[in-house]
Design a binder for this molecule. Structure first.
Ligand code: AMP
Length: 286
């Protein structure tokens, strides 16, 4: 068992701690999170441990990436439980800023990544990715990591951040981790705890549909992306009373463009509501 990590709320103090360590030649891997940590987050921490000398985790529920009718207020928070979980890994610093620390009075700057933010979650959650890219840029500037680790569950977010790092010349390398799942296939998410018993029972229908159509594509029983989308939607509708599909869409993994045939890397991405809880998942088809 490792000890509880050092927790710093103040960005100046965090920056000084990081500068001192960098001066000593230490490399830093960074895992940004919104807390309420689960095994998906911890897989990123494990990867960060392997990448660099020091691991820094941030826990911050960023208000600017939530829409006015979204779950910012209700988003689950439990710092003590998070620190307990992180204590079983080698985490050198946990950065837990307040809103005031991150958004000083008069804050008016936004980082906007064009095009890649147009489809999927970007189309359904206006302003969401501007909030994400702005806060992630700020965190990169404060932590100054050599590596930053993100989950493939948030497939569009990962593509957007990679593009931003390239376009803005952030001096760091983005690494990613595959999606960690429950034993019934449901992708781990801090939002899973909102689900009622019945919704939780039905939620694995998302991954079931994604995996089934992947099989059908491999067997050449489905030959076009539009058939994939229709079949996946039908599987979800037939197997759940409470699922409400937000989107199910095939895209090119490289540029997130719509695809008419299976290119080298086609991804099927899904967002499905169970009551007010919106869950996302994706699978690589080819
Ligand atoms: P969040 O706290 O939801 O903002 O997520 C923080 C990071 O954890 C993001 O890079 C997510 O993609 C990643 N993440 C969330 N859930 C999972 C999961 N089930 N498997 C792998 N990574 C995940």
């Amino acid at each position: 068992m490792n000890s509880f990590p050092k927790v710093i709320k103040n960005k100046k103090i965090s920056r000084n701690w990081i500068l001192q360590n960098k001066f000593r030649g230490k490399t830093i891997a960074f895992v940004p999170t919104m807390g309420y940590l689960h095994k998906g987050h911890l897989a990123l921490v494990e990867k960060a441990n392997k990448l660099a000398d020091l691991t820094v985790v941030s826990i911050y529920v960023n208000p600017t990436q939530f829409g006015p009718n979204e779950d910012f207020q209700e988003y689950p928070r439990n710092l003590d439980q998070d620190l307990e979980k992180l204590a079983t890994f080698n985490v050198d610093l946990v950065f837990t800023p307040s809103d005031k620390e991150m958004y000083s009075e008069g804050f008016v700057t936004t980082i906007h990544v064009d095009k890649l933010t147009a489809p999927l979650c970007g189309a359904r959650r206006p302003g969401h990715f501007d909030g994400v890219t702005t806060i992630v840029s700020k965190l990169f500037n404060i932590i100054n990591p050599d590596f930053a680790v993100f989950g493939e569950k948030d497939f569009q977010q990962l593509a957007v951040i990679k593009r931003m790092v390239k376009d803005l010349d952030f001096n760091l390398k983005i690494e990613s981790c595959p999606t960690i799942r429950e034993s019934d296939g449901l992708a781990l998410s801090s939002r899973n705890q909102y689900l009622t018993g019945k919704q939780r029972k039905e939620a694995p229908v998302i991954v079931k549909a994604l995996r089934r159509v992947k099989e059908l594509v491999a067997q050449k029983q489905i030959t076009t992306p539009s058939e994939v989308e229709t079949r996946a939607k039908n599987i979800i509708k037939q197997n759940s009373n409470c699922a409400k599909i937000d989107y199910i869409q095939c895209l090119s993994a490289d540029n997130l463009h719509e695809v008419n045939n299976f290119e080298n890397s086609t991804v099927l991405a899904a967002a499905v509501f169970f009551g007010k809880t919106r869950l996302i998942d994706n699978i690589k088809l080819t």
